[in-house]
Design a protein around this ligand. Sequence first.
Ligand code: SDX
Length: 434
Amino acid sequence: MTSANKPTKVTLTFDNGAPPIDLPILSGTLGNDVIDIRALGKHGVYTYDPGFLSTASCNSNITYIDGEKGLLYYRGYPIEQLAEHCDFLEVSYLLTYGELPNAIEKKQFTNTISTHTMLHDQLTNVFRGFRRDAHPMAVMVGVVGSMSAFYFNDMDVLNLEHREVSAHRLLAKLPTIAAWSYKYNMGQPFIYPQNHLTYAENFMHMMFATPCEKYEPNPVLAKAFEKILILHADHEQNASTSTVRLAGSSGANPFACIASGIASLWGPAHGGANEATLKMLEEIGDVSRIAEYIKRAKDKNDTFRLMGFGHRVYRNMDPRAAIMQKTCYEVLNELGLHDDPMFKLALELEKIALQDEYFVSRKLYPNVDFYSGIVMRAMGIPNSMFTAIFAMARTSGWIAQWSEMISEPEQKIGRPRQMYTGKLRRDFVPTSNR
Ligand code: SDX
């Protein structure tokens, strides 16, 4: 639709003769126009959209997704170019400040983050409150939430400097918290961050080093890991980002908001899908059983879904899945795992699914979670840590979205309404008469 004949308003008419309501149509810089329905409330009319399939909850300058074409831009830069040329902290800077850093900005930002990676020593006691077999995501929700009890001197969310300090603390400390969640799970001692290492190298070192022997991160794997973090950094108004925004809209402190995002991301329909995808591949076990599972995925009476497939927005291949598949090849080749059975099974499953009318007609393609588990498993990362790593990366996007929400002039506390379908008014009945 050219801008010449684009509509500028829509008129709601009612079939009971109620006066029509004119609603303006707003345009962003890219993507769908939106009908501004804010005036509806005063006419006593609400819209109804469970799951927000057709609802824009905010305006944002951070990430753009074109679901039909399979495009993903961070601040206008295509994800393919950022994954190829940047490191994760560079992309985190871009998401928060809106521009790629120059050499001086990059050095300063990297130094700031590298010197905030340590945790308050008493935070180690929060870890020890958990059972050893607690899921790393349970530990991360708890430890990140408890940060507000340790770093409370910079929590005035309306103070830009405070927001920046808290954002830097979160970005810097999430890898330490994630890695220590794993070490605690394993019964191994915490390994402290090394400030001279890159973001990915530091995390891998904290995950795999022990006090008994040196650990040198493999540079190919570290670069692949940076790419994985970049691919997971932000993704518009997904469930966990919307959770962070809603929590933040009440003025809650940044640590509580990010903890709420981690909790939401954990769900298998969202960030938990990478762990669920690998469990599914392990359960399928062999290409000969793919047909059985495809049949189950199509069966409405079976709750089984093809994990790592489908997406609310993408009606084309998730561009991150394509990059992740390429990264799979790189990592498996580097590790001499050319014939990794899980990867071969995933490739075959993708091929068969994409030839099946059920998936084709519903435009269900592999999403970011389909291959990420295979790459991380090949790197020696256990299934239970996949979503923790997703949360670590997405903290960068959550911080940017949270800060954008607070600085939004139109910002209000998020408070949706409902369509009430419960009982009409009725009077109390004493127990003796029930
Ligand atoms: C992430 O939002 C984001 O941006 C999220 C994310 C991010 O970066 O933040 O991209 C990360 O969460 C990726 C998605 C990871 N989840 C999974 O891989 C879990 C498996 N996928 C599905 O559960 C599902 O596809 C969702 C949850 C991702 C999307 O669900 P929707 O948009 O609510 O779609 P739907 O459930 O209404 O499905 C539409 C149809 C239905 O069939 P019909 O009723 O039309 O007959 O497609 C079917 C569904 O049954 N369907 C699937 C399917 N996904 C959808 N059938 C089998 N297997 C699947 N995976």
